[in-house]
Design a protein around this ligand. Sequence first.
Ligand code: PMP
Length: 387
Amino acid sequence: MFDPLSWIPEQLELLNSLERRRAVHTRATQQGATITWKDGTLLNFSSNDYLNLAADPRLQEAAQLAITREGWGSGASPLITGRGEAQTALEEALAKFEGTEAALTFASGFAANAGTIDALTDRGDVILSDEKNHASIIDGTRLSKATVRVYPHRDVAYLENLLKQCGTFRRRLIVTDTLFSMDGTVAPLDQLADLADKYEAMLMVDEAHATGVFGERGRGLCEQYGIEDRVPIRVGTFSKALGGHGGFVVGSRALVDWLVNRSRPYIFSTAAPAANAAAMLASLEIIQQEPERRVAVLAMADQLRVRLRELGWSLGDSQTQIIPVIVGTEGLAMDLSSRLLKLGIMVPGIRPPSVPEGECLLRISLSFGHTQQHLDTLVDAMAQIRP
Ligand code: PMP
């Protein structure tokens, strides 16, 4: 009998033979600096829980109270009846925290990026996108009917050349991650803001990995660069340093009203549970009250970079809590990752499609939950596995 899906096992087999087949794993404990995994207890350098808030009891308590008050499911999209008091309180607190007129929450950071790009651009517009932007930005550019021009990573001269040729488009949108999630580098935000001014472009940034970690008050790299007023569209996620789930956009009231009317993932997706919003409200409080968390993570990253470079590892241009150990081939990256695993340390190997061919790496991400002893253990292991 004809099996219409028989091509899938064949393709999976192909992935197998290329050693590119991925599988999901199940963590047996809460997220944290150490986790229990199928291979036992591991030192965890693989999460985006940079401030160690994912399992914080204060978030749990806030969520529990919200469940008691509002129940679990939101039951509808936000424009219908899905939005409760917790979501509204979170958006108000977020706008206050970010110093913007308004904020809008999405079911995920992915939806926030893709749904914002699509809502802001259309046929006749042009999007200028860094080649290392996150998949959710890339998919947003694919959803949009606008023309897309990709510029080499952080190459402002190339971008300016592109912009010079884009005068005939109705609108221009420059979009970039502020902190690139795979190589830990930072976008040249002040220069991008200059170009946006000069060529009358909209500038949209994704602070997913920077919120909570950078800036004096933890608002991210735009705060750190002192350019928040020059970036009209700022996206973030609750899913990394804030230890929760969901995405957001902050900016003017008009921007948020436009997204409410035009952003399809916002309009057509069920609102996140109130419990998540309540936990994220607690998290926002914590990141403001406890700046020592971000200071400690960034100091650990500085220390680790020095020690890994002393061992001869190549770390690219990372200036953040994400430290790539650049090894080149996929085989080497996966082999080093599994050798670390055997030593009880979880550091994922990153390979295509997450990075280009030949630029495979080990991605070390640090958390406030790591101790000096954890760092020492990692450095010892990195010395042992050095090819
Ligand atoms: N932007 C960046 C830079 C990311 O790394 C991610 C997730 N890895 C997202 C957006 C999507 O966020 P979320 O996980 O909340 O969907």
